[in-house]
Design a protein around this ligand. Structure first.
Ligand SMILES: Cc1cc2nc3c(=O)[nH]c(=O)nc-3n(C[C@H](O)[C@H](O)[C@H](O)COP(=O)(O)OP(=O)(O)OC[C@H]3O[C@@H](n4cnc5c(N)ncnc54)[C@H](O)[C@@H]3O)c2cc1C
Length: 232
C-alpha cells in the first residue's frame, strides 16, 4: 500500500511528530511505501490565491474552483500544488497528522486542503461522497489535543469528537470519496506523563498494524438521494 502522511506541527520535536515517526516506522515495517509532506518543514504556502495559476480561464474575476479545473487540465496549476496532488493520487491511504487548534486543524493543513483537493479531480459536478474523485482510497485522521477524553461525547462539555471533526471527516475526506477510518486520538497530551504518552505511541502502532480490519465511518451514498439531492 502507498501511504501519504500529511503532517502539520510547527515544532519538529513535538509529540505529534513522534506519532508521525511511529506511523512511518510501523507502516514501513509492514512493507508499505510511505511519503511524508511535513508542511511546516516544507514552508508550505497555505493561502489560496490567484498566484496558484500560471494561466487563467477568466483573468478578470477569480473563481478559484473553476480555475483549478482548468489548471489541472492545462498544467497551469502552481508546481507546489501539482506535487502534492501527485502524491495524493499515488496514495492508497492518506494520514492527516496534526494537533487540534481551535476545534479544528492548524491553518497550515487547512491551506493544504484548500489548495490540493482540486475541483475536477477530487470532486466536481455530482462526484462527491461515494462518487468522489478519491473513492477507493482510505483516510485516517490522527490528532493530539489538550482536552481530556471525558470532555468529549454525547453529554460531555464539548460534545462528540466526531462533531468537532465533522468539517474534516465528512465535509472534506468523505466528500471527496475516501473511506474515512475512525480517528486516532491522543488526549491531554501536554499534561500527561512521558509514560502515558509512550502508551499512546504503542496503541497507535497496534492500530496501524490492524488497519486493514478497521471499519470506515458511515456517510451518505448518492444512491440514497434523488436528482436534486433530496433524500429518497
Ligand atoms: C492555537 C491552539 C489552539 C488549540 N486549540 C485546542 C482545542 O480546541 N482543543 C484542545 O483540546 N486543545 C487545543 N489546543 C492544544 C493542542 O491541541 C495541544 O497542545 C497539542 O495537541 C499537544 O500536542 P503536541 O504535539 O503539540 O505536544 P507537545 O507539546 O509537542 O508535546 C507534549 C510533550 O510530549 C513530549 N514528547 C515529545 N516526543 C515524545 C515521545 N516520543 N514520547 C513521550 N513524550 C514525548 C514533549 O517533549 C512535550 O513535553 C490548542 C493549541 C493551540 C496552540
Amino acid at each position: 500500500m502507498n501511504v501519504l502522511i500529511v503532517h502539520a506541527h510547527p515544532e519538529p520535536q513535538s509529540f505529534t511528530a513522534a506519532l508521525r515517526d511511529q506511523a512511518i516506522a510501523t507502516l514501513q515495517a509492514q512493507g508499505h511505501e510511505v511519503q511524508v509532506s511535513d508542511l511546516y518543514a516544507m514552508n508550505w504556502n497555505p493561502v489560496a490565491t490567484a498566484a496558484d495559476f500560471t494561466a487563467r480561464e477568466n483573468p478578470d474575476y477569480l473563481v478559484y474552483a473553476l480555475e483549478q479545473r482548468l489548471g489541472v487540465k492545462s498544467q497551469s496549476i502552481a508546481a507546489d500544488i501539482q506535487q502534492e496532488l501527485d502524491k495524493l493520487l499515488w496514495a492508497d491511504l492518506l494520514i492527516l497528522n496534526f494537533p487540534i487548534f481551535w476545534f479544528s486543524a492548524p491553518a497550515m493543513l487547512k491551506g493544504w486542503i484548500d489548495r490540493v483537493l482540486v475541483s475536477g479531480v477530487c470532486y466536481g459536478g455530482k462526484r462527491f461522497y461515494d462518487q468522489g474523485g478519491l473513492a477507493g482510497k482510505k483516510a485516517l485522521v490522527t490528532v493530539t489535543l489538550g482536552g481530556r477524553e471525558h470532555m468529549f461525547g454525547e453529554r460531555a462539555i464539548h460534545g462528540p469528537l466526531e462533531d468537532m471533526l465533522r468539517p474534516i471527516l465528512r465535509g472534506t475526506l468523505a466528500y471527496v470519496g475516501f473511506d474515512v477510518l475512525p480517528p486516532f486520538v491522543a488526549w491531554h497530551v501536554p499534561y500527561i506523563s512521558a509514560e502515558a504518552r509512550g502508551e499512546f505511541l504503542c496503541s497507535y502502532q497496534q492500530r496501524l498494524e490492524g488497519l486493514a480490519d478497521d471499519q470506515p465511518l458511515v456517510f451518505p451514498k448518492l444512491e440514497q438521494f434523488d436528482e436534486a439531492l433530496y433524500p429518497l
